[in-house]
Ligand binder design. Sequence first.
Ligand code: C2E
Ligand code: CA
Ligand code: CA
Length: 283
Amino acid sequence: MYRAKAEGRHTVRHFSPEMDQALQARRVLALDLERALRMEEFELFYQPIVNIVTEEVIGFEALLRWWHPEQGLILPSEFISLAEEKGFILVLGEWVLRRACRDAAEWPTPLTVSVNLSALQLRSAKLVRTIVHALSESGLAVGRLMLEITESVLLQKDTASTANLAQLKNLGVAIAMDDFGTGYSSLSTLHRFSFDKIKIDRSFVHDLPEGSSAIAIVRSVTSLAKSLGIGVTAEGVETRAQLQLLRAEGCHEAQGYLFGPPRPANELAEILAHRKQWDVAAA
Ligand code: C2E
Ligand code: CA
Ligand code: CA
């Protein structure tokens, strides 16, 4: 049934041995998740976010990695939804917040650290307490933490999420809308809550510089952000041509393989030392 739903609904899929294997693998992975936290198999990688006007790194996004003892490196796309399904994302998300604050407090310059939040975390009654604790135990200034949430997280209009967001904003934590443009209610979500930043989803950036509708979307999101007086970051910037177009459109921040992939925490000092290696000026 799930296979039929995943492949476009209104269709029939027959059971096959591979499906059973996939289910088994998922079940095993779910059990492994709980062990992984105890055994310290998780690690946070950091990807630079760059001001493309001043050419400086302005912060890093924390991205979760799992070093599985048998399977090697596992990316979040393979385990975040499983962790959400099992409710395990609450403890895992707490670990991420504490780790990211502690890491950022050690950085040589007071840059922003961005942390991804899942829907379940945002609804959790413990969220604000967890964040206050992560900030105080690490000594990280509240203004250096930015939380990234996708619009789908706010679709339900549930009061718990809205109340948490309001409280976090009051504390001085910045909130970014992630993957902007991929959900269903981007504009009404922007209207309902004052975000500090919009992140343009990489699917639009991918089609630059030729795709005319992608250009139109980047242009309107950039000008929308400007009118709202908030920041805008283009995600998934891989080429100089994309960068050039983004600059021409007045987008001020970017993130992507062009500036560097996510890297382990202990490599950040080196990234900062060579921060102009991408040679934005020449792009
Ligand atoms: P995201 O928040 O949109 O993060 C950006 C993703 O794009 C990362 O994938 C990053 O490695 C990838 N990326 C960065 N630059 C480029 C580029 O130039 N080209 C392409 N093609 N991709 C690029 P990653 O690390 O695999 O993470 C995938 C998603 O998993 C994230 O998407 C985020 O939604 C989720 N995630 C990651 N860490 C956490 C976490 O700690 N908690 C929660 N709840 N979700 C997380
Ligand atoms: Ca993100
Ligand atoms: Ca994103």
